[in-house]
Design a protein around this ligand. Structure first.
Ligand SMILES: Nc1ncnc2c1ncn2[C@@H]1O[C@H](COP(=O)(O)OP(=O)(O)OP(=O)(O)O)[C@@H](O)[C@H]1O
Ligand SMILES: [Mg+2]
Length: 234
């Protein structure tokens, strides 16, 4: 589903103080399920998500999603692709402060039909915050806000969910509930989870390890005859 070839990302190119955030990243990933991305602060985890989702374009190299080469698309085409195929949970949870929790979850759909409202309420329930559906974001704690952004990311039934530290603001139990929601979702789709805390990923999760902008390893821990050959080790 994804392939990155010799990908580099340099921030502030042309200025005095450039940051080479990602260096010669190569990997291919063709499975659904949970995929973890780990590495120290500043190592380039968020940057990888931005590139894979087409939110940023690489300084050099190629990124493929399905049959699309992201760098060859216009920003408008990339935006459409994102809307159709991807869901995002950003490291800082952005919500519309004047909308209720429920309406925030419904934003990507441009519709509040009964069916969608039901789906939103099921998600909020699974995330343990259905009692907050009529509250405004400013009335919520950081962890509650984060869970609203998770429901919003899933409401569209996206092919790929990009989750950047989705459990960072959560206590152990809430983090566990969130990971359960992701695992369930990952039976049908791909969920990419950036985390500092490897223990939330579970033993069988495939993990990309990033260190100082370099992809060190792609550990494929899920063994199945079917999946063999789908993942290239780097
Ligand atoms: N917009 C930006 N402009 C300039 N440099 C940036 C920008 N965003 C990130 N960087 C730099 O790129 C490098 C990688 O940053 P990135 O946000 O991808 O790291 P991260 O692994 O997600 O870190 P964290 O765990 O703290 O979220 C860092 O050195 C960071 O300072
Ligand atoms: Mg980050």
């Amino acid at each position: 589903m994804f392939e990155l070839k010799n990908v580099n990302l340099i921030y502030d190119l042309g200025k005095e103080d450039v940051t080479h955030a990602l260096r010669n990243i190569n990997f291919k990933y063709d499975k659904k399920g949970l995929l973890g991305v780990i590495g120290p602060s500043g190592s380039g985890k968020s940057s990888v998500l931005y590139l894979m989702s087409g939110l940023k374009t690489a300084t050099s190299g190629q990124i493929f999603y399905k049959n699309y080469e992201l760098g060859k698309m216009t920003s408008d085409e990339r935006a459409k692709l994102r809307h159709k195929e991807f869901g995002f949970i950003f490291q800082r949870g952005y919500l519309l402060e004047y909308l209720s929790v429920l309406d925030n979850v419904l934003v990507p759909l441009n519709s509040n039909s009964e069916e969608y409202i039901k789906r939103a309420l099921v998600l909020l329930e699974k995330l343990g915050i259905s009692n907050l559906k009529d509250k405004k974001p400013y009335q919520l704690s950081g962890g509650q806000r984060q869970r609203v952004t998770i429901a919003r990311a899933l409401i569209n039934n996206p092919e790929v969910v990009f989750a950047d530290e989705p459990t960072a603001a959560l206590d152990h139990k809430s983090a566990f509930d969130v990971m359960k929601v992701f695992s369930e979702y990952a039976r049908e789709k791909l969920v990419i989870v950036v985390t500092h805390d490897k223990s939330i990923l579970g033993e069988k999760t495939d993990i990309i390890n990033i260190w100082d902008g370099v992809l060190n390893t792609l550990n494929t821990n899920r063994e199945s005859e079917l999946e063999k050959g789908l993942v290239d080790r780097v």
